[in-house]
Design a protein around this ligand. Structure first.
Ligand code: GLN
Length: 219
């Protein structure tokens, strides 16, 4: 039986480094996963946000999908962020399902175009003590949760975060805002104790706040 005591971040495409830095801020040295053998040492893996079509293609090209599913069946927990949540969903309203590991239905690109991305301050009582900033980038919506799946955050008509015994799904990107609460929550779900008191990693100002006036060069 595999000794599963590390956290991995799938390192094929998308927001890998930001998850790594957030985990490091909690005192965890994560494994950047590119090879199937690396699944064996993982208590949990983060499937980052990015582009779900691209991610599933790469998972298939490198023949990682069956081993990822096998490791999950053997106890490896999975946290899908945004595109990662799309990958693990049982059903996708506007596309075909991929890994089918969590009984949720998602709608891809449910808020519109990339330019319809936004930040929100929300309370997620089970995960964080106070309100936290979250970033939604061309996010999906979780539009149904099945048996054995509990919503962690409901906003308007959709679920933004949900968990089952073995999976966590968030349609936003907690790795892009300072709070470490979701990473701590996932690590503890994986049985890894967090001893650091640090609950924030100062991150670069959001690209959405970077509006500035650019003067054309006068000739
Ligand atoms: N829109 C992307 C998709 O459907 C997800 C975006 C993201 O991960 N930020 O795959």
């Amino acid at each position: 039986m595999a000794t599963r005591n590390k956290i991995g971040v799938l390192d094929l495409q998308g927001g890998v480094h930001e998850h790594v830095y957030h985990l490091q801020a909690l005192g965890i040295e994560p494994v950047k996963v590119k090879d199937a053998e690396q699944f064996n040492e993982l208590a949990g893996i983060i499937l980052p946000g990015g582009e779900s079509t691209c991610l599933i293609r790469l998972l298939n090209i490198f023949e990682l999908a069956p081993q990822l599913k096998a490791a999950h069946a053997d106890g490896m927990k999975i946290w899908g962020t945004c595109a990662g949540a799309i990958l693990i969903a049982h059903e996708i309203t506007n596309d075909k399902p991929q890994l089918d590991l969590m009984d949720i239905t998602v709608e891809r690109n449910a808020f519109g175009y990339q330019l319809d991305s936004f930040n929100a301050k929300v309370e997620v009582p089970k995960v964080a003590d106070g309100p936290i900033d979250l970033t939604f980038i061309r996010a999906p919506k979780i539009v149904r949760v099945g048996e054995g799946v509990a919503p962690l955050l409901q906003i308007d008509d959709y679920v933004a975060a949900a968990e089952s015994e073995h999976c966590l799904a968030t349609v936003f990107h907690p790795e892009l805002t300072p709070s470490l609460a979701f990473h701590k929550y996932f690590a503890e779900k994986c049985g890894i104790k967090i001893t650091t008191e640090t609950m924030e990693r100062p991150v670069r100002t959001s690209w959405m706040k970077l509006a500035r006036i650019i003067q054309p060069v006068k000739k």
